[in-house]
Write a protein that binds this ligand. Structure first.
Ligand SMILES: Cc1ncc(COP(=O)(O)O)c(C=O)c1O
Length: 375
């Protein structure tokens, strides 16, 4: 049986988790979290990591320390997981939906630049929306399928508009741009370690930054605003990752080179297998040096999507449709939005193929054969 993505836990993760269980230190105390934070920073090349109980929590606090406040506007793609929008709403702010680039399925940075240019005005250090008068405090681009979006364009927008950028890299643990890890570029980043991600702590997340002060505040906020056991400096959140989750994370990071190698193998196998196959279109990457994403996604005729999912089910390959645009869904349908033509047109074409790092060549061959059999 094959699923889109399953956790890949080996002997070392089980050993570390068992040691933690045997020591009976399974709550938010213990050394594993700090160790995980240091190793994850080393891997992503950020100066600081704060490990939390979910990617959603890390987005929430990441937005707070990037000054997202009540009634502000935050630019995000409509094509994303709900958490990107929810974290904004938790801050009392509102998402401003933008389109995706139809090739890479990520925030259309040309449209973002154009709407900042044409639909906002500058007052003091900030940009405000002409019609709603709301302050635009942040942009949250999403690393869809775990790939990096165009960091050069993002840097140009940041420079021109001096706007905060928080990258939702929930599944982008392996993302890099121009051969450099994300920590190199100085944008704050959020990650998820949910069971379906490349690195998993069962559930979990992290906020990464190179900024000393923001790291300090997020650390404090994630630990109930404590300065000592029952003394508080801030109204904080109970968001800290626990010691048991971090033991799994420490094991996963010991295997990370193997995961990266396997991911590259899987993605190049699929890529080559569908090279001249006319029924399937591949996602066009921004950076062809970095093919190790999260999920290998392809585009199909949307009318065939349900049919192929049902067909593959009979072959024991259990897949589902991917993200459905947020602006079409009841909790988000009244928020400000730009033209979302590509979002509407492209989102219904996506099928993600099984991408777990334990898959063998014979498994991949079987999956490719069944997809081709369908057509
Ligand atoms: C783009 C994106 N952002 C945020 C999240 C939230 O992460 P978590 O499920 O760990 O809260 C996810 C989860 O899959 C995601 O895909």
């Amino acid at each position: 049986m094959f699923y889109t993505l399953e956790p890949h836990l080996g002997a070392i993760e089980k050993k570390l988790a068992n040691e933690t269980l045997n020591k009976n230190i399974i709550s938010t105390f213990g050394n594993n979290v700090e160790k995980f934070e240091k190793s994850f920073s080393k891997f992503t090349k950020f100066n600081y990591t704060t490990a939390m109980n979910s990617g959603t929590s890390s987005l929430h606090l990441g937005l707070k320390v990037n000054n997202v406040c009540n009634n502000d506007l935050v630019i995000i793609p409509s094509y994303t997981f709900a958490a990107t929008a929810n974290a904004i709403i938790y801050c009392g702010a509102k998402p401003w939906f933008h389109d995706i680039n139809s090739e890479n399925m990520m925030l259309d940075l040309d449209q973002v630049a154009s709407s900042l240019e044409k639909k906002t005005y500058k007052k003091g250090n900030f940009y405000y929306h002409y019609k709603t008068k709301q302050k635009i405090t942040c942009i949250v681009p999403v690393m869809t399928f775990g790939y990096s979006l165009n960091i050069s364009k993002l840097l140009a927008i940041k420079k021109k508009y001096n706007i905060n950028i928080l990258i939702d890299s929930a599944a982008g643990h392996f993302a890099s741009y121009d051969k450099k890890k994300l920590g190199f570029y100085n944008f704050d980043c959020c990650y998820s370690f949910n069971g379906n991600k490349n690195i998993s702590t069962s559930s979990g997340g992290a906020f990464c930054t190179n900024n000393f002060k923001r790291n300090l505040i997020v650390k404090k906020l994630s630990k109930v605003g404590r300065v000592s056991k029952y003394n508080y400096q801030l109204v904080g959140y109970n968001y800290k990752m626990n010691n048991l989750q971090a033991s799994l994370g420490n094991g996963q990071l010991k295997n990370v080179k193997k995961f990266l190698r396997k991911k590259k193998e899987i993605f190049s196998f699929y890529s080559k297998s569908f090279e001249n196959f006319i029924y399937i279109k591949k996602i066009i990457l921004e950076d062809f040096n970095n093919i190790e994403g999260w999920l290998f996604a392809v585009k199909l005729n949307p009318k065939k999507l349900n049919k192929i999912i049902n067909f593959l089910k009979t072959k024991k390959i259990f897949l589902s449709k991917f993200w459905y645009p947020l602006h079409k869904q009841p909790p988000y349908k009244n928020f400000l939005r730009e033209n979302l033509n590509s979002t509407i047109k492209e989102s219904g074409k996506i099928l993600c193929l099984p991408s777990s790092t334990f898959l063998q060549k014979k498994d991949l061959r079987y999956i490719v054969d069944k997809v081709k059999d369908f057509f």
